[in-house]
Design a protein around this ligand. Structure first.
Ligand SMILES: Nc1nc2c(ncn2[C@@H]2O[C@H](COP(=O)(O)OP(=O)(O)OP(=O)(O)O)[C@@H](O)[C@H]2O)c(=O)[nH]1
Ligand SMILES: [Mg+2]
Length: 350
């Protein structure tokens, strides 16, 4: 009986092996040399394109979209759990304060009191961060500057939440409800530091964090006390929106790592970032790649080749390895090795 069953119904391990095998077969069937040739062709075409075409959004700008199924589920769950919280803390990236705000959020959270946490301030231009703080202040929006790597600014969180909940707290107190925990939902786009913020404020490392988008997969409560106030924080997975109507937004989110790297063309993304640096070169960029002012006048694709050469990144035959250089430029931008750069200022708000 046992033997018969074994023959007909495959065990888990067997099914997995078969599935993987067919996957592998499919992959190897594709004639690697053909793929290599296609890659080389695409690379050559990119190199030969005129520089002006790289900046033309309508024709050649890469099409970035990332809205996996779990984000739809998260949106629904956020809306369901809203009734459990008193306020919402929206975490944004201080380097892209405009692009890192989910345009669907206002309709998702309705009239819930809200505070904005401008995180990763350690990577952003401090002068422009101040401009954003002033901007929010002028609009009557509570926003605080944060650096969750060191914890700078974290002490302002509780007072900001208390301020937006002042009326509610007064009602609780009139009913004798003292020390009632403030319940706050932490929301934001992927990889912006929601879980790191929770770990930092709760002085634990219970929330899973990683330097890639899509780490947190479900809503999770954390109970803590901060500044003598009891707080319950709800960590949520990062959510984007179904379509970036403006591709600049998609690109900026890809620069900062809010969009999964797999859905972008790294080389093209680095070229777009270099376009930005050409307009606003930083001292760190000049120094790290030994560039001159004249070099910055080169079209982005030539500049990328030059950077590859200066860093000794060459493929066999001595050609610059622009793909490797592209990965390096994005990495160095993300860790602020190329300077503390903010890509958006308040006067761009429409
Ligand atoms: N430099 C710097 N890095 C930060 C800061 N806050 C978070 N990070 C880093 O950003 C990366 C993402 O942090 P997470 O806390 O996992 O981000 P998240 O918003 O929870 O991401 P998802 O769960 O994927 O939506 C990690 O590598 C953190 O160490 C900050 O203020 N400054
Ligand atoms: Mg997270």
């Amino acid at each position: 009986m046992k033997e018969k069953k074994k023959g007909v119904i495959k065990g888990k391990r067997e099914r997995y092996a078969q599935k993987n095998n067919s996957r592998n077969t499919r992959k190897t069937d594709k004639a690697p040399s053909k793929i290599k040739a296609q890659h080389a062709e695409a690379k050559r075409a990119r190199r030969e394109r005129k520089p002006a075409e790289f900046t033309s959004k309508s024709e050649n700008s890469q099409y970035i979209q990332w809205f996996p199924g779990h984000m739809t589920r998260t949106k629904r769950k956020i809306q369901e759990d809203l009734k459990l919280v008193d306020a919402v803390a929206e975490i944004i990236d201080a380097r892209v304060p405009l692009s890192s705000r989910n345009p669907d959020l206002p309709s998702m959270i309705g009239s819930k009191p809200r505070v904005i946490l401008m995180n990763k301030c350690d990577l952003a231009d401090p002068r422009i961060t101040k401009q954003w703080t002033e901007y929010y202040k002028s609009k009557g929006i509570r926003a605080i500057e944060l650096d969750c790597k060191t914890g700078a600014g974290i002490g302002n969180f509780t007072s900001a939440v208390k301020a937006v909940l002042a009326d509610k707290i007064a009602v609780w107190e009139s009913k004798g409800m003292v020390n009632r925990a403030l319940r706050v939902m932490v929301v934001g786009i992927p990889n912006v530091g929601k879980s790191t913020f929770i770990n930092r404020i709760s002085k634990t490392s219970k929330a899973k964090t990683e330097d890639r988008p899509g780490v947190t997969r479900g809503n999770q409560w954390f109970t803590l006390s901060s500044g003598g106030v009891n707080i319950d924080l709800l960590d949520t997975p990062g959510v984007l929106w179904p379509r970036f109507d403006d591709q600049t937004v998609g690109e900026r989110l890809a620069f900062t790592g809010a969009v999964k790297d797999d859905v972008t063309d790294t080389e093209q993304l680095a070229l777009r970032l270099l376009e930005f640096f050409k307009e606003r070169p930083t001292k760190a960029l000049y120094e790290r790649f030994s560039l001159t002012k004249d070099d910055m006048e080169l079209p982005a694709h030539e500049l990328l080749s030059l950077i590859a050469q200066k860093r000794g990144m060459l493929v066999s035959g001595g050609e610059p390895d622009t793909e490797r250089a592209a990965v390096m430029i994005l990495d160095e931008f993300r860790s602020a090795k190329l300077g503390r750069l903010t890509l958006e200022t308040p006067d761009e708000v429409k």
